[in-house]
Design a protein around this ligand. Structure first.
Ligand code: 5AD
Ligand code: SF4
Length: 470
């Protein structure tokens, strides 16, 4: 999963709560989300689960009766953020206590799963520690914690979670906008030697076809136009179709494309080993499947790929990219890269730069290797010095930025479809996304919010496009 999208609690949603929790006293929940898109999705599901208990979302921590930090464990920096944020939460809680008001504090997400009761030991203000598989049980767990006892819940029963995911109200979906995430798969069996995900999210589990179809239908009926299917290994998703045959992600995408109102489909994050023929065929045949693919390779060196346990070579990756581009020449690729994995030599790093030059990415995420407790990488010899990692990351990012900018600039003068998903920063502007996920700013009337319109691109920078309505 990429880990660059951050989002705090949903905007104040008073009108939603009145409908769902009318018989309960109204309380406010502030959710702060760290990490990947699955955490963003999970945060919304937590808010939905709490709505039945009278909670409404607030985006001001000081107003909250309950604060939830939905945390990320992928790299050390992400993990440590929790404890500094808990320092801030403690101050707010103490201030509120002076005026006789209570505030409960919960730590959710992957740090909760990985560290369990260590969290409440380090930060005694935490009332509830809850792992990603137990969010549907939040009301009950909070009730237990409200008696003053600290509760730690890190059970793994993901099918149970999928079965009991709360349904957002139509109003809640509308407030969240015209694009939405749907989790179809969770967990990972790949055990890349740098990665904590198999430990924090557990084994690969696929959600059932009927659940995915009905959730997507509900989103479409509430006005959602674009759905991104989520999974740590989304293209390992499989299930039994209504025809009784075993489906992969390709077949699932064909089914979802039939739902009225769904104009755009995306999925993330994929492992190169799970790109099967049906999925590649979907990129050829499905107009609503966007020509954008996040296909992390991590390194361009065969020996590092082997040490990372990625289970493919650089040549296999090149061949896969060729197959995908053969059927969908306009596809933009995106990737994740790690520099400074143990044992990475200058030559290994040069091989990564060479791979990037050969493949050419439209966008990418890149990171310094961060040893994670319990993963094989952390105890490997030949850890790379911090200064070397810093220098390699700068060179790698400069190359990726150059590619991203030249991809964006290649669209200047072209007429492209844009889905308008937000009001713009300036009055009279709307902000949307291209098929390749670039942000596009356009002078446009508010009525076009939620619509797809043709835009001529006038200007491009490394991070966004500007255009005018045709
Ligand atoms: N150190 C640095 N980056 C990591 N990632 C995962 N684990 C680590 C780690 N220990 C990166 C990978 C992955 C992305 C989500 O985060 O590139 O694809
Ligand atoms: Fe982590 Fe590798 Fe699984 Fe991706 S495939 S979640 S990087 S172990």
């Amino acid at each position: 999963m990429d880990t660059n999208s951050n989002k705090t609690g949903e905007g104040a949603a008073e009108d939603v709560a009145i409908a769902v929790g009318a018989d309960k006293p109204q309380r406010k929940v502030f959710v702060k989300t760290y990490g990947c898109q699955m955490n963003v999705y999970d945060s919304d599901r937590m808010t939905d689960a709490l709505a039945s208990d009278g909670y409404v979302a607030t985006d001001t921590m000081e107003d909250a009766d309950l604060v939830i930090l939905n945390t990320c464990h992928i790299r050390e920096k992400a993990s440590e953020k929790v404890y500094s944020e808990l320092g801030r939460v403690r101050k707010v809680k103490e201030e509120k206590a002076k005026t006789g008001k209570q505030m409960m504090v919960s730590v959710a997400g992957c740090v909760a799963q990985a560290e369990g009761d260590e969290i409440s030991r380090r930060a005694p203000i935490v009332d509830l520690v809850v792992g990603p598989q137990s969010y549907h049980r939040l009301p009950e767990l909070l009730h237990r914690a409200s008696n003053g006892s600290r509760v730690v819940e890190t059970e793994f029963d993901i099918q149970d979670k999928f079965k009991h995911l709360a349904t957002p109200s139509k109003e809640a979906v509308r407030k969240r906008g015209v694009t939405a995430f749907v989790t179809v798969q969770e967990g990972c069996d790949k055990f890349c030697t740098f990665c904590v995900v198999p430990y924090t999210r557990g084994a690969e589990v696929s959600r059932r076809v009927e659940q995915i179809v009905s959730e997507t239908e509900r989103l479409a009926a509430a006005g959602v136009r674009e759905v991104t299917l989520l999974g740590q290994n989304v293209n390992a998703w499989h299930g039994t179709g209504p025809d009784g045959r075993e489906w992969g992600l390709g077949e699932l995408l064909f089914r979802l494309a039939k739902i009225d109102g769904i104009e755009r489909l995306r999925y993330t994050t994929s492992h190169p080993r799970d790109m099967d023929d049906a999925l590649i065929a979907a990129h050829r045949d499905l107009d609503s499947l966007m020509p954008y693919l996040h296909l992390p390779v991590q390194s361009g060196s065969d020996s590092i790929l082997a040490a990372m346990n990625r289970k493919h070579t650089r040549d296999e990756y090149f061949r896969l990219v060729d197959r995908i581009r053969n059927v969908r020449p306009d596809i933009a690729l995106s990737g994740d890269f790690i520099v400074g994995f143990p044992g990475e030599t200058d030559q290994d790093f040069e091989d990564t730069l060479d791979l990037i030059r050969r493949v050419t990415y439209g966008s990418a995420f890149s990171f310094k290797y961060s040893p994670r407790p319990g993963t094989p990488g952390a105890s490997m010899d030949e850890q790379v010095e911090e200064a070397v990692k810093t220098e390699r990351l700068a060179r790698l990012q400069a190359l990726l930025m150059e590619q991203q900018e030249s991809f964006n600039k290649s669209l200047v003068g072209q007429k492209i479809d844009v889905l308008f998903e937000k009001l713009g920063r300036m009055e009279g502007q709307l902000a949307g996304r291209s098929a390749w996920l670039q942000p596009v700013h356009v002078d446009a009337p508010e009525e076009l919010y939620g619509e797809i319109a043709t835009v001529e691109i006038l200007k491009a920078t490394a991070s966004s496009l500007q255009g005018r309505l045709i």
